[in-house]
Design a protein around this ligand. Structure first.
Ligand code: URA
Length: 242
């Protein structure tokens, strides 16, 4: 792979800027200053840019506790995106695997691994997604049963069977609940509660497949997945079609 592409892939800058920087002598391969942006990087070589070692990684995986108020997109001209929250050099091929609404918080996987993302998200994969939802309104007594049977959301959509646990009923017709769904339709959880005459006032994703939100991550914080998390997640994406 060319040196300028290697560095660009690792998020160190735009290819055009990198070419200039390399020509100025800011990059090294195995300790040797390299002025040609097109120089091939040998397998396993040590590449340094501006004095910092840059290791090549084909795929990267981050878990983020998405805060409310940012959108699950790679770029937007008006609104802040989840990628805008990353501080380290951001690879240009990174994307959020799945979407959470702007006002939803919680677990979001950021990766450049399209195959894993597809395995987790493709309709028919039915990977569990667990949410904590605060709802306003009076839930029918048989709400959990209705969720389990597959709620009719509107004339064109019936949700797949889902689980509802009512954790706490609070004063003023409000409840803390935990919901497990196996599909990811637009506004899925909000629309399911709406179908019961209730409104979701706060929503947070806690789990996707085997991947659980690290409770030490504050909203807006993120970290790399551990090897164990990644391995388990890959396997959960291999769930058979049901
Ligand atoms: N369901 C919703 O309604 N919103 C989300 O962000 C995720 C699931």
């Amino acid at each position: 792979m060319r040196l300028d592409k290697y560095l660009a892939d690792m998020g160190t800058g735009k290819r055009s800027d990198l070419k200039k920087a390399i020509r100025r002598g800011e990059a090294e391969i195995n300790g040797e200053k390299v002025l040609d942006p097109g120089r091939a990087v040998p397998e396993g070589a040590c590449v340094c840019y501006r004095g910092r070692e840059i290791r090549y990684e084909t795929y990267v995986y981050y878990m983020m506790n998405k805060p409310a108020g940012v959108i699950s997109a790679t770029e937007d001209r008006r609104q802040k995106t989840v990628l805008d929250l990353l501080e380290e050099p951001v690879r240009k091929d990174l994307f959020p695997a799945g979407r959470l609404d702007r006002d939803t918080e919680g677990l979001l996987l950021l990766t450049n691994d399209g195959i894993l993302a597809h395995r987790l998200l493709a309709p028919g994969r039915h990977v569990d997604k667990v949410y904590r939802a605060r709802v306003r309104g009076v839930l029918p007594e048989n709400a959990a049963e209705l969720f389990r049977e597959g709620l009719r959301i509107d004339s064109s959509l019936t949700a797949m069977p889902a689980e509802l646990r009512i954790l706490q009923v609070c004063p003023g017709d409000c409840a803390e609940t935990e919901v497990t769904v196996r599909e990811g339709k637009y506004h899925q959880v909000k629309r399911m509660f709406q179908a019961l005459g209730c409104e979701v006032t706060a929503l947070k994703r806690l789990r996707m497949g085997t991947l659980e939100l690290d409770p030490s991550l504050e909203p807006g914080q993120y970290r790399r997945l551990t090897e164990e998390e990644l391995e388990a997640l890959k396997q959960s994406g291999e769930v058979k079609k049901t």
